[in-house]
Design a protein around this ligand. Structure first.
Ligand code: 26V
Length: 827
């Protein structure tokens, strides 16, 4: 029998029919023989580790089968390049996706352990900032579930997102060494090693260009297995680490300057050290540029290697490969691929360029100018001289075409990749992405429309066919099946099928039950159980007692001025004053829950966190409020915390200034878990509202057009403050130190900051709408009905639908069919 014909089932580890008994044996085996630990001494972490090894064995089978299918079927593949993947914990997700949760739970029970408790010991790898990183993780889940030939590429940062502690009400950042308790979930691939070069200069000779770099570093792969739901397919997420190994600064080493060469080695190993904890400003730091190039250089080399293993000719690359750029962060993949095609495979510019335009596509995730990446020409010249050359060439060919089409000089200047700024010439990465990609998409209808009418208006004139929309989605596996098993059970029961997990549209049948008191009661029980779980956590971790009978009003996301957490606070303070004024009115008890991290240099956002905590301290300790309001800031927001909080929410706060939130994805997760939305007409709120209807969601505030009109006539925040006595009172209380008596001017700047995101303009509509929320909640039957209708109409927001859109409209990729995949009997 040739190697190729080996069947994995021949090996004991394959466990063709995993049952609780075999799983128990496997876990104990791993504990003793892989980890070298005596069961009598094993900690929960050790047990978890052993169980993860046991689960990984089972996934490996699907993974290798998938790889064989990719190799033999030679299907076109998509590579998803992203600087961030916020995967969340892997273990429970893997068990659920492979239909192994029950036998593992049973195996643990037989060992006298509780699976739920043990799985809480897994670290949550925070390899991303927020929405963009979590979207990438949902997409990987959908790609595997839909059997799409796909692979993710990212960086295996040693330190992910910082750990947030709250000390005296303020955010303190601590390093998060998530690899410390490494669960050995990833496969290290020491043979997948590529050199990445930096610096030096270009030599032009005989019509050819060669780049003679000054430094080199190796990228080494780790593969994380991403199991699709149903145990048929598992795709790799390939994460690169930086290793200098025996490679140094070549010139210094050659000069015999050993220590200087070693010093350089130290510096280079920093490349994969830390995730930039910024999602709102582009700082233009050298290390960040190095990280971006490190990712794309290793990935492009790997993609080409993989292609040449399957196909003999580099010229067919564009037929076999799609590369997707998750925002502009991996955009250097464009000049890198051009460089490899031209300098290493000797293709002429035109041919290489035509291939690139077929291969690349790009998603824009923000219109905010602060976050748009630009790199200084000088910096690029020092670090990536050949790439700068290529970018100049791309730009000049492009601008010639634009001129030839009759556009004026001003237009030509506006679309140029290179722009003159006060601090020198800059390369606009988004421009490069648009010029090189055959498709550019926004992430919600409104955002895609604004993208075409504002940021990329000039380009939309040139290439209208390139611009499209793919509304974001979220995976129902993690956001219902893993995060909210009781809700999953309820859906199984009333939909009479479990396959809403892969056909989320099936939720629509729930509409028929929205009026049933029985279903409403069962839903209420599920919701209450989730609220009790969260209340227990809050009491245990923060020592604050909250009642599960109160309305849980939740805003959890990155802290940013445009997301307007401070407007939420304006409402809380307003409500507080109203209760003090009218203590005997029929107030609905509420618990306000907030969580989120602020970029470490973003002072306004950090002040907002402090304000939340200062307000919480005063209100939570004011006995006159009699538990009618509690305010809780939950530290260290993460995917795992989101899984705990979202199922417990009654009300989902989506209150960004219209036009600023590209999509939002927590809005979808909340609605899917039966929370009602209070939100502005921004991002995907618009599409959620379209499906859920006016009666079952609370839309308020200015529209994009009204916001624009306010800016246009010269927005004056005091006009709103002065004309609304309620707002005036709240405003002055906060600004004058009512909540910070020890430092009365603490929030003066936060309140008098020009109100760029128009909190004061939307205040009245917001607080009035909150009263409608109370009224609706008081009618519990009506509220439960609305919650069920929310769930029923979320089918569209599955990330499976988003991925199908990408495959059909952008990547032109087809899934592996059932026949193309060997079945391992666990589907
Ligand atoms: C931006 C930057 C700017 C340069 C420096 C590093 C860095 C790192 C991350 C980002 C990401 C900002 C963009 C982002 O996360 N956008 C969010 O994407 C979500 C998924 O599409 C979307 O739902 C959110 O509305 C959008 O804010």
């Amino acid at each position: 029998m040739s190697n190729n014909a080996l069947q994995f089932q021949e090996y004991e580890y394959a466990m063709p029919q995993p049952n609780a008994e075999r799983i128990r044996q496997s876990i104990v085996y791993k504990l003793i023989f892989i980890l070298g630990i005596d069961p009598k001494d094993a900690t929960p972490e050790n047990w978890l580790n052993a169980a993860m090894f046991a689960a990984r064995d089972l996934m490996t089978e699907s993974f290798l089968h998938t790889r064989r299918a990719h190799e033999s079927q030679r299907k076109r593949m998509v590579y998803y390049l992203s600087m961030e993947f916020l995967m969340g914990r892997a273990f429970t997700n893997a068990l659920i996706n492979q239909n192994l949760y029950e036998p593992f739970a049973q195996a643990f029970k037989e060992l006298g352990l509780d699976l739920g408790e043990i799985s809480e010991h897994e670290a949550d790898p925070g390899l991303g900032n927020g929405g963009l990183g979590r979207l990438a993780a949902c997409f990987l889940d959908s790609l595997a579930t839909l059997r799409i030939p796909a692979m993710g590429y990212g960086i295996r940062y040693q330190y992910g997102m910082f750990k947030q502690e709250i000390v005296d009400g303020q955010q303190v950042e601590k390093p998060d060494l998530w690899l410390d308790n490494d669960m050995a979930w990833q496969f290290s691939r020491p043979n997948k090693r590529f050199l990445v070069h930096f610096g030096g200069h270009c030599v032009h000779f005989d019509g050819k260009v060669t780049w003679q770099p000054a430094e080199q570093i190796s990228a080494i792969a780790y593969d994380e297995i991403v199991p699709g739901f149903g145990a048929q397919v598992a795709n790799p997420l390939r994460l690169w680490t930086a290793h200098t190994g025996d490679l140094f600064d070549l010139s210094k080493f050659n000069r015999g300057d050993y220590f200087a060469a070693m010093e350089q080695q130290q510096k280079n190993e920093n490349i994969a050290n830390v995730l930039y904890p910024n999602d709102d400003t582009n700082e233009g730091k050298v290390l960040r540029l190095k990280q971006e190039y490190f990712l794309v250089s290793a990935s492009v080399q790997d993609i080409i290697d993989r292609h040449l293993c399957r196909f003999p000719n580099i010229k067919t690359l564009a037929d076999e490969v799609a590369i997707h750029l998750n925002d502009t962060h991996p955009v250097l993949a464009i000049p890198e691929l051009m460089r490899v095609l031209m300098d290493e495979h000797h293709l002429p510019f035109d041919e290489a360029w035509a291939m690139c335009q077929k291969i690349f596509s790009y998603t824009n995730h923000t219109l905010m100018s602060e976050a748009l990446e630009k790199w200084s020409v000088n910096l690029m010249l020092n670090l990536l001289p050949r790439h700068l050359d290529i970018i100049y060439k791309i730009n000049s060919v492009f601008l010639e075409q634009v001129k030839a089409s009759g556009y004026d000089d001003d237009f030509v200047r506006r679309v140029s990749i290179i722009v003159d700024e006060h601090d020198g010439q800059q390369v606009r990465m988004a421009w490069l992405a648009v010029i090189a990609s055959h498709k550019i998409n926004g992430v919600a209808k409104l955002h895609s429309d604004l993208m075409v009418s504002s940021l990329f208006a000039d380009f939309a004139k040139l290439f209208p066919e390139r611009f499209t929309n793919v509304t974001n989605g979220v995976t129902p596996r993690r956001w219902i099946a893993v995060a909210n098993p009781p809700l999953a059970a309820l859906l199984d029961k009333y939909l009479e099928t479990s396959d809403w997990r892969i056909h989320l549209d099936k939720l629509v049948k729930l509409n028929e039950f929205s009026g049933s008191l029985q279903v409403q009661q069962e839903f209420a029980d599920v919701k209450r159980a989730a609220k009790v779980r969260l209340a227990d956590y809050v009491e245990r971790e923060l020592g604050i007692k909250i009642s599960p009978d109160a309305l849980f009003d939740v805003q959890i996301k990155r802290i940013h001025a445009y997301k307007r957490q401070s407007m939420n606070i304006l409402h809380i303070v307003h409500r507080y004053f109203q209760i003090l004024d009218n203590p005997n009115a029929d107030w609905q008890a509420r618990v306000f829950i907030l969580a989120g991290k602020a970029a470490s240099a973003y002072h306004e956002a950090k002040h907002t966190i402090r304000l939340i905590n200062d307000v919480a301290k005063v209100i939570n300790n004011d006995s006159r409020v009699r538990d009618l309001i509690k305010v809780v800031f939950i530290p260290n927001y993460s995917v795992s915390l989101a899984q705990l909080i979202i199922p417990a929410a009654d009300l989902s706060e989506q209150i960004s200034l219209a036009g600023k939130e590209a999509s939002g994805t927590s809005n979808m997760k909340f609605a899917l878990n039966g929370a009602l939305t209070i939100g502005t007409l921004d991002g995907a709120n618009v599409e959620i509202h379209e499906r859920v209807g006016d009666e079952h969601s609370f839309i308020f505030g200015n529209t994009v057009e009204q916001v624009e009109a306010l800016y246009a006539r010269g927005y004056n925040p005091y006009e709103f403050v002065d004309n609304d006595p309620d707002l005036r009172r709240v405003f002055h209380a906060i600004a004058n130190g009512h909540f910070s008596p020890e430092e009365t001017s603490r929030y003066s700047a936060l309140m008098h900051n020009g109100d760029h995101f128009q909190r004061y303009a939307d205040f009245r509509a917001y607080v009035d709408t909150q009263l409608k929320v109370d009224a609706h909640y008081r009618d519990q039957a009506a509220w439960r009905k609305s919650a069920i209708i929310n769930i029923a109409n979320m089918g569209y927001f599955s990330s499976d639908r988003s991925i199908e859109d990408y495959c059909r409209d952008i990547w032109y990729i087809k899934p592996l069919t059932e026949q193309e995949l060997p079945n391992n009997g666990r589907g």
